[in-house]
Design a protein around this ligand. Structure first.
Ligand code: FES
Length: 168
């Protein structure tokens, strides 16, 4: 998995738009512990921007009334949160046991060699970004690939090639 400890600063302050601001206020009433709101608040940031900057994390900490370090811990732990802008197609390959045993490395090698993008990177033309992630929860039909939130099971290099051809 790529290094998720590096945050990107945009140099611009972050604010929720009106829709996310209203959603944040609606949700926070549901949580007795305000820190439980870190996960949904980060999700709102990602819905709005597509990724989560250092400024957005500071904003979330401020809105919730917690330490920025707590928001950082959550955002860097879960690979569903994107800490840099993604490519048009964001490819996640599960690296956990079932997928590992059933051939995820062949798929990873294919992506690196043929799509020219390494884990944690965005290809120069912005078409693909790629990440190796922990269990995607479909272990019975490993190996599993997720592209822009859609799951593709029993994946092979051949099936991935066919799939990518339909996406472009
Ligand atoms: S191990 Fe890959 S989906 Fe669970």
């Amino acid at each position: 998995m790529s290094d998720r400890s590096q945050l990107i600063e945009t140099g611009q302050p972050f604010n929720f738009d009106a829709q996310r601001d209203a959603e944040f206020e609606r949700l926070i009433k549901r949580y007795p512990s305000r820190e439980s709101m870190i996960l949904p608040a980060l999700w709102l940031v990602q819905e709005q921007e597509g990724w989560i900057s250092a400024e957005a994390m500071a904003y979330v900490a401020d809105r919730i009334g917690t330490f920025a370090s707590k928001v950082y811990e959550v955002a860097t732990f879960y690979t569903m949160y994107h800490l840099q802008p993604k490519g048009k197609y964001h490819i996640c390959v599960c690296r956990t046991l079932s997928c590992y045993l059933l051939g995820k490395q062949e798929i990873v090698d294919y992506i690196i060699e043929h799509l020219d993008v390494r884990p944690g990177e965005v290809r120069a033309d912005g078409l693909y970004s790629f990440e190796e992630v922990e269990c995607l929860g479909h272990c019975g039909s490993a190996p599993v690939v997720q592209i822009n939130g859609e799951f593709y099971e029993n994946m092979t290099v051949e099936k991935l090639e066919e799939l990518l051809a339909t996406l472009q």
